[in-house]
Design a protein around this ligand. Structure first.
Ligand code: AMP
Ligand code: MG
Length: 307
């Protein structure tokens, strides 16, 4: 991996420290982590989650933005450590799956959270309507091809869960077929976890009112027309069917080896902070270590001094 340029010390460090002090003020104490606050566990009911809420964070929008900026360096450092471990033979990698209704902010997560990570350590895949080639294969075929290698952070913008979402809502395959997929997905993800993949699945949860506003904005602003897809309105008409499909997959596929996290997403700043913190908490949990030198450091220092 290419060496990164050292950021200039001094003022920048002071700014960061100020940001961190401010950011810390926002963290809430009723839960111990974003992981705990957002994880889908037994008895979970999607309809009970307020899309405007900000679990595990009591600060305002500015505090949230400060906290996001303050954590960039740690995320960057942990990613580099993950990569370094893999160079020494480590198998660990991370797969962040991002799902959500149209306009839920998946693109913003890619730009503002994932975008802060060194691109060399990232493998980002956006899953669209399957191509003719992809349709010839089982639904996990294109997913397997996109899995991150050791040391990498893989990010899925949509995923195999579309195969129990849009496919279920529109019966794109016979019900008998999509019904089997929950179990197929669980055993697939269990094997991933056993192979060193930390799977983090995030659903960005927005309200129908918020979606309406975001779609209206896309129509109002010529610089956002490119983001508008008339098909999004057809999908919006199936809102309740999608919520039900999400409820079922959250119930059936939030497992110990690959849990789901529901992130309230009507406030974009919160959703971005929450996904970043989920990623950070999971990376910290990997207990990453810098690989030991496979050469004699003192000997190399002596050699260098003489050159
Ligand atoms: P976007 O993410 O807005 O670019 O849109 C991608 C579109 O691809 C969405 O409408 C998804 O529902 C659709 N899509 C993704 N995966 C599948 C799938 N497995 N089967 C059918 N449609 C899919
Ligand atoms: Mg779209």
């Amino acid at each position: 991996m290419a060496k990164k340029s050292k950021k200039s010390a001094g003022k920048k460090d002071k700014d960061k420290k100020k940001q961190k002090d401010k950011a810390r003020k926002g963290s809430s104490s009723s839960t111990s982590s974003f992981t705990e606050a957002l994880q889908v566990t037994d008895g979970f009911v999607l309809a009970d989650v307020d899309p405007r809420s900000t679990p595990h964070f009591s600060g305002d929008k500015q505090a949230g933005k400060d906290a996001l900026a303050a954590a960039d360096d740690e995320l960057d450092a942990l990613q580099e450590k993950l990569y370094a471990e893999s160079r020494a033979g480590g198998r660990k990698r991370v797969l962040l799956v991002v799902q959500g209704m149209d306009t839920s902010g998946k693109g913003g997560i890619m730009r503002h959270v994932v975008g802060a990570v060194d691109p060399q350590g990232l493998e980002l895949t956006a899953f669209k309507v399957p191509t003719a080639e992809e349709k010839k294969h089982p639904f996990l075929w294109r997913i397997r091809k996109a899995l991150p290698g050791p040391g990498m952070i893989g990010v899925f913008d949509r995923s195999h869960y579309e195969d129990v979402l849009v496919v279920r809502v529109h019966d794109l395959v016979p019900p008998g077929q999509w019904k089997r997929r929950y179990a197929t997905i669980n055993s697939f993800e269990e094997k991933l976890a056993a192979d060193g993949v930390t799977v983090i699945k995030v659903m960005l949860h927005i309200s129908p009112q918020e979606q309406k506003e975001r779609l209206a904005e896309r129509l109002d602003r010529p610089d956002k027309h490119w983001k508008f897809n008339p098909g999004d309105l057809d999908e919006r008409a199936h809102w309740e069917d999608y919520q039900e499909a999400y409820q079922v997959l959250l119930e059936r596929c939030s497992t110990g080896h690959a849990p789901w996290f529901v992130v309230p997403a009507d406030r974009k700043w919160y959703a971005r902070l929450a996904v970043q913190q989920l990623l950070l908490e999971h990376l910290r949990g990997l207990d990453l270590a810098w690989p030991e030198a496979d050469f004699d450091v003192a000997e190399q220092q002596e050699r260098l001094a003489d050159l």
